[in-house]
Design a binder for this molecule. Sequence first.
Ligand code: GLV
Ligand code: GLV
Length: 312
Amino acid sequence: MATVFVTRRYPGGALARIPAAGHTMDVWEEDQPIDRATLLERAREADALLCTLTDTVDGELLDACPRIRTVANYGVGYDNVDVAAAHARGVAVGNTPDVLTDATADLAFALLLAAARRLPESMAIVTEGRWGAFKPDGHLGRDLAGATLGIVGAGRIGAAVARRAAGFDMEVLEGTSRGGTPLPELLERSDFVSLHVPLTPATRHLIDAAALERMKPTAILVNTARGPIVDTDALIAALHAGAIGGAALDVTDPEPLPADHPLLAAPNVLVLPHVGSATTRTRGRMTELAVGNVLAGLAGEPLPHAVPAPRA
Ligand code: GLV
Ligand code: GLV
């Protein structure tokens, strides 16, 4: 029977299906991600790898662990996996789409609302004992109804955000590389801009200084996709200059963001620790999909959620 190396304690119980199918399972039990050298060592004899965005899977790793035929990434994004290098070695790569669409769209909306209504600073007023009295002209935020939300990347998650926006009576502009509203126009017209593209060479720093300059000085940028889609230095400069109204980020570059990072000292910024899919049910379903990919790969079957070959 085969050996599976599992890089984290993935929640929900589905991991038990691996030993139940007769395979040997080796789990990295620590809370912190496995370091590179230990990963290369521990996965040396593995036939399949169940990993996530904190694990870099590239040609070097696959050459050091030559038995691996299946890489099941826990997450919908797979920019941590060099898919071309895997396919060139006959290694199938899988991800966990669909099950996290609603949770991630919910979190995008939570960020949008929190920034629009200034929740973090309002809560601080209460917890720090600065709440004097109801204040007619205090803590004024922004309305969602009637505001324009620009959705960059209208895949599954972008579409789910658009459905939520309809319920809040927002106007929606959708822009993708294949059509919709062109990005410059979307940035110029939107009161809120939410990013839902995968991280690829084409989307790295898609939101750079020039893109931020196009946004309204009141606009709020929401990122639940991947940190490097935004040029962090340009974002810090734009926030200080008042070129945009604020940023609400579940993902950052670097990640994790150190507490003394200048982004956290910029005005009107709200940062969460990459929790887009972090609900009990969703994280459990992601484990089910990843384990399904592992078991199919070990059985010599196509992965139920295979990642396609990168476009040349
Ligand atoms: C998490 O960020 C994911 O890609 O699922
Ligand atoms: C991810 O599931 C996307 O297509 O947006």
